[in-house]
Design a binder for this molecule. Structure first.
Ligand code: FAD
Ligand code: DLZ
Ligand code: SF4
Length: 510
């Protein structure tokens, strides 16, 4: 008897494991379902991207001769509302002797899958997602017995495993990591490379209408919509990135510029995460550009490290730590997420407003905005991790819990007590001023440390260290700021506390 092969919205790869060995009479099931679209109130663009990419992928499967049962969200009144219900409906329509599904990217669905077999009455075979370079067992073995899970050592293992930028056993150029060269601010007048705007076809236009009707009250601008929705387009985006943006990717990796949402970033995360591009092929293209003398080593190594290093490491942590990971709250943060995370016009902080504006308009902001602007602010302000985690899962088109959670909870908020980061990524206004041109046009003064006009990041930074002294003082990498804080007079410390309290009350955090 044939098998049912279920493909989820972020498993849109023709070589996805659930399709391995598929017979001609097997039925592929794909389903746009209410529960997935609303378990958090995803950004409108994110839903449109997933639905359009799913519909195009189903069409490609049919062109390849596969039989596909596809559930459209427009038929949702009578249709299934969950992925399990979609599988049940498809089972009722034929005779199948098993369900095959690639492991999902979230605990929520992995736990639900455990109930499928009993509930649906057929064997369910969950196969490993081999689109990742590091499987769960390898990550567990690597993590076993280590004091800290240092990304750098994991990254070296991935370099050796993939052979990317390796000369035999040695790293290309003699060093593993060129990060120190990748911290330049962008010069005034810098013009970042142009991006390809993909135009919506009929399928995407239909999805856009549906998303506007059904999810028009979710956060974010639906239009204009220029994302790639098929692999061929994603490959064009990849090639354009390699050609135009990769050469200076390293230099401006940590830079921020007013009005520039993308700088030299690749914008490929949503495509890789949804399965339109493979992580290794992306890295191989970057390496080829280096070998051909078209991109420097600092750029190519930096880019490859993000993918085979950070991306794989973050996934490893998510599955290693399990569902309890999200329940930790090392810094005991309990504040409310300010309204301006949903509306860039509700804050006078130019840097935050800009990051939220990009997020609203593009369902995207680049790494340093996520970490050092919106993440840093939530960390310093002491916003409750659950609220911040949900915001990040909602607002980015590349956000799936396996990658969003350790980045937010661990890297940005230090809520895991130092699993992902060796110290909190906390910074005052000086850092933002050094790496961007935002402060020039800001209502606050980055030079002022206290008082109504002072940059809030300045006093919030010291208030954060002060408030968390018992929890953080022992961290070696925070010795310097704690020494400085120790020299502040009691009056200055009080002034900082009062400024922070006044400001955080005014924006509803406290
Ligand atoms: P580039 O800067 O061009 O980087 C190249 C690629 O490296 C990315 O496409 C991505 O695949 C990978 N990458 C880079 N950094 C990371 C990282 N820390 N973790 C995993 N992959 C990485 N990334 C997501 O894919 N989904 C998320 O939900 C997500 N949430 C984040 C939340 C916070 C608080 C932070 C600090 C980071 C988050 N990231 C997330 C990581 C990173 O910010 C995005 O991958 C990146 O901004 C995507 O843009 P890009 O494709 O232009 O990346
Ligand atoms: C994110 C998302 C959305 C919005 N909708 C669907 C859907 O209707 N059907 C589906 O199969 N997948 C969807 N997804 C992606 C899933 O939520 C994703 O597979 C899990 O988050 C696991 O990573
Ligand atoms: Fe951001 Fe402070 Fe600079 Fe304003 S002054 S842009 S709040 S860092």
């Amino acid at each position: 008897m044939p098998a049912l092969r279920v493909i989820l919205g972020d498993q849109l790869s023709h070589d996805v494991a659930a399709l391995d060995g598929a017979a001609d009479d097997d039925l592929v099931v794909m389903a746009e379902v209410r529960d997935e679209a609303t378990y958090v109130r995803h950004h409108q663009k994110k839903i449109a991207f997933i639905f359009s990419a799913m519909r195009h992928f189903a069409a490609e499967l049919r062109e390849k001769g596969r039989q596909v049962r596809y559930f459209h969200i427009e038929d949702d009144e009578d249709g299934p509302h969950t992925l399990r219900a979609a599988a049940r409906k498809a089972l009722e329509e034929g005779r199948f002797d098993e369900i095959v599904i690639t492991e999902p990217g979230e605990w929520r669905l992995a736990e639900d899958l455990r109930r499928w077999e009993g509930d649906l009455g057929v064997p369910v075979r969950v196969v490993a997602d081999d689109r990742f370079i590091c499987d769960h067992e390898t990550f567990e073995e690597w993590a076993e017995g280590r004091d800290g899970l240092l990304m750098e050592s994991f990254y070296r293992m991935m370099r050796r495993k993939t052979g990317l930028l390796m000369n035999g056993d040695e790293p290309e150029g003699g060093r593993w990591n060129y990060d120190k060269e990748n911290r330049k601010p962008a010069p005034g007048g810098y013009e970042p490379p142009k991006r390809i705007d993909f135009q919506p076809n009929d399928i995407t236009s239909r999805v856009l209408t549906t998303v506007a009707e059904r999810y028009g009250d979710h956060f974010g601008a639906l239009q204009p919509f220029h994302m790639a929705v098929i692999r061929a387009e994603a490959l064009r985006a990849l090639n354009a990135f390699i050609e135009r943006a990769l050469p200076e990717f390293g230099d401006y990796q940590d830079a921020m510029l007013g009005g520039e949402a993308y700088l030299n970033h690749s914008l490929l995360s949503a495509y890789i995460n949804a399965g339109l591009l493979g992580p290794v092929e992306v890295c191989e293209k970057a390496e080829a550009a280096y070998r051909a003398g078209e991109a420097p080593l600092n750029a190519v190594e930096g880019f490859i490290r993000q993918i085979i290093g950070w991306r794989e490491y973050i996934r490893g942590v998510y599955w290693l730590k399990g569902p309890d990971y999200a329940k930790t709250n090392h810094l005991n943060a309990s504040g409310k997420l300010p309204d301006f995370y949903w509306d860039p016009d509700k804050t006078d902080m130019a840097c935050v407003s800009e990051a939220v504006r990009h997020t609203r308009d593009h369902a995207y902001s680049h790494h340093i905005q996520r970490l050092m602007i919106t993440g840093n602010f939530a960390l310093l302000a002491g916003v409750e991790p659950a609220e911040v985690n949900e915001w990040y899962l909602i607002v980015y088109s590349d956000a799936f819990e396996w990658v969003q959670l350790p980045n937010t909870h661990g890297m940005a908020l230090f809520a895991d007590g130092g699993v992902v980061a060796t110290k909190p990524y906390a910074a005052g206004g000086n850092y933002i001023n050094k790496m961007s041109d935002y402060c020039k046009g800001c209502a606050y003064s980055v030079k002022d440390k206290t008082g109504e006009k002072a940059c809030p990041f300045n006093y919030l930074y010291w208030d954060f260290l002060d408030r968390n002294e018992d929890r953080l003082k022992g961290l070696r990498r925070l010795n310097m700021p704690y020494n400085t804080l120790g020299k502040f007079s009691a009056e200055r410390r009080n002034e900082i506390r009062e400024d922070a309290d006044r400001f955080l009350k005014s924006i509803g955090v406290r």
